[in-house]
Structure formats: structure tokens, C-alpha cells
Design a protein around this ligand. Structure first.
Ligand SMILES: CC(C)(COP(=O)(O)OP(=O)(O)OC[C@H]1O[C@@H](n2cnc3c(N)ncnc32)[C@H](O)[C@@H]1OP(=O)(O)O)[C@@H](O)C(=O)NCCC(=O)NCCS
Length: 201
């Protein structure tokens, strides 16, 4: 499925409406390992209600791994923050099940460019527990890498709890560097240029 880059979008659409329409049209279709069709597209302001509802479906472990010390429900200001996207320095992609015309959100991956280092962006990803281990996290991150490259980002950084050992193993196997950060937290650095070189091998 074709998709235009974010930088192309920005150049073509100077109006907010034009950008919104283009973001809505910017979709990628994938197949999860269980055969389920998954659509990945930019997260939009119109996803607010679904974002709040899906958050409540996350297990406490998944919430903790993604949000640290999270509340049972997302507050209005937290939803505002999660939807405060400029689709350049702050970008989020949603994974949705294409289910009888309905779109059911099952995961989100996002990046936020560091204010003091525009080449680096903090990345975070979460997939609903019931849909994990089907390749959805991997497809979200692969698509986010492409978007980030289009926006001049060369490095992804992230923080992961050391107790999340299986995830850290998978991250290391993918070629990321893992170093100690605050107590209990690992700092992950992933060079997107090296990832491209690995793809070519
Ligand atoms: C991490 C996460 C996004 C992965 O999503 P996913 O859709 O299950 O990922 P994939 O199916 O593409 O899995 C890729 C590999 O990552 C690793 N992995 C996936 N989920 C994992 C988890 N919960 N814990 C540890 N490792 C995990 C495994 O090696 C997995 O391969 P496997 O399924 O053959 O075991 C998901 O587990 C999640 O939302 N966790 C809670 C939030 C979190 O930890 N986010 C990361 C820090 S921001």
C-alpha cells in the first residue's frame, strides 16, 4: 500500500484541514502473525474517545511498562498531551484492526523529538495485552522508523524497566544499545541509520 512521507505532506498542505485529510489518507496495511489485517495510520484528534477506552483495557503491567505510575483512567490533560501532535517533532501511529468496517485500536507507537537534540527522538509503544505477540509492536515500530527518518530523525531513545527482560533481549537482538539509566531503568538507543544498513545486509 502506498503512503506519502510526512515531509511531503507538510510541503503539500499548508492548511490544517489539508494536513488532517492527508494524515487520514496515510495508511499502511499489514497482516499480523495470526492472519488478522492491521491498518497503521497516524493517530488523530478524533481517536480521543477510543484512546481513553483502550487505555482502560490495558493490564496494570502494560500500563506500568508504558506509563510508569499510571492512573486507572487517563485524565483530560493526559489525553490532551497524548494527542498534542504536530506530525513532525511529535508523531504517533495507531494500529487498528480492520474489522467489518469498524476500526478497533489495538496499539500506539509515538516519538517526540528531544528539544536539545533534534536528531534524537524519545520513542514509546504499547499494544493491548490481548493482541500482543502477533507482530503488531514490531510493525508499529518499523513504520514509525520510516516516518521518523522522513522527518530527519536519526536516533530513537527510550527507557525500559530492567524487569522487562524479554523485551530488552528483543531490543538488543534488534541492534539497540542498552545502558543503565536511573535506578531500575535501562536507557535504550537505536541508530536508525545503522538499522537501514542492517536491512541491506
Ligand atoms: C512491548 C510491546 C509493545 C510489544 O508488542 P507486541 O505486539 O507484542 O510485539 P511483537 O508481537 O512484535 O513482538 C516482538 C517481540 O518482542 C518481544 N516482546 C513482545 N512483547 C513483549 C512483552 N510483553 N514483554 C517482553 N517482550 C516482549 C518478544 O521477543 C516478541 O517476540 P515473541 O512474540 O516471538 O515472543 C508490548 O508487549 C507492550 O505493549 N508492552 C507494554 C508496554 C511496553 O513495555 N512498552 C515498551 C516501553 S515504552
Amino acid at each position: 500500500m502506498t503512503r506519502r512521507s510526512g515531509s511531503e505532506r507538510s510541503r503539500r498542505h499548508s492548511t490544517t484541514d489539508g494536513l488532517a485529510a492527508d494524515l487520514r489518507a496515510s495508511v499502511r496495511c499489514h497482516t499480523a502473525t495470526d492472519g488478522q489485517e492491521i491498518v497503521v495510520r497516524p493517530l488523530l484528534a478524533t481517536d480521543r474517545e477510543q484512546l481513553a477506552a483502550r487505555y482502560e483495557e490495558l493490564s496494570s503491567d502494560a500500563r506500568r511498562a508504558r506509563f510508569g505510575s499510571p492512573p486507572d483512567q487517563l485524565s483530560a490533560s493526559e489525553l490532551d498531551r497524548l494527542l498534542d501532535l504536530d506530525y513532525d517533532s511529535r508523531f504517533a501511529l495507531a494500529a487498528l484492526l480492520a474489522d467489518d468496517g469498524d476500526e478497533r485500536g489495538v496499539g500506539v507507537a509515538r516519538y517526540a523529538r528531544h528539544s536539545d537534540d533534534p536528531n534524537t527522538a524519545e520513542v514509546a509503544v504499547v499494544v493491548l495485552d490481548a493482541y500482543q505477540h502477533r507482530g503488531i509492536g514490531t510493525m508499529l515500530l518499523a513504520d514509525l522508523v520510516e516516518v521518523a527518518r522522513d522527518h530527519g530523525i536519526g536516533i530513537f531513545s527510550a527507557t525500559v524497566r530492567w524487569e522487562n527482560t524479554a523485551l530488552l533481549d528483543a531490543i538488543r537482538a534488534a541492534g539497540a544499545t542498552v545502558t543503565p539509566d536511573e535506578p531500575g531503568i535501562a536507557a535504550v538507543t537505536y541508530d536508525l541509520a545503522e538499522e537501514r544498513a542492517r536491512d541491506r545486509e
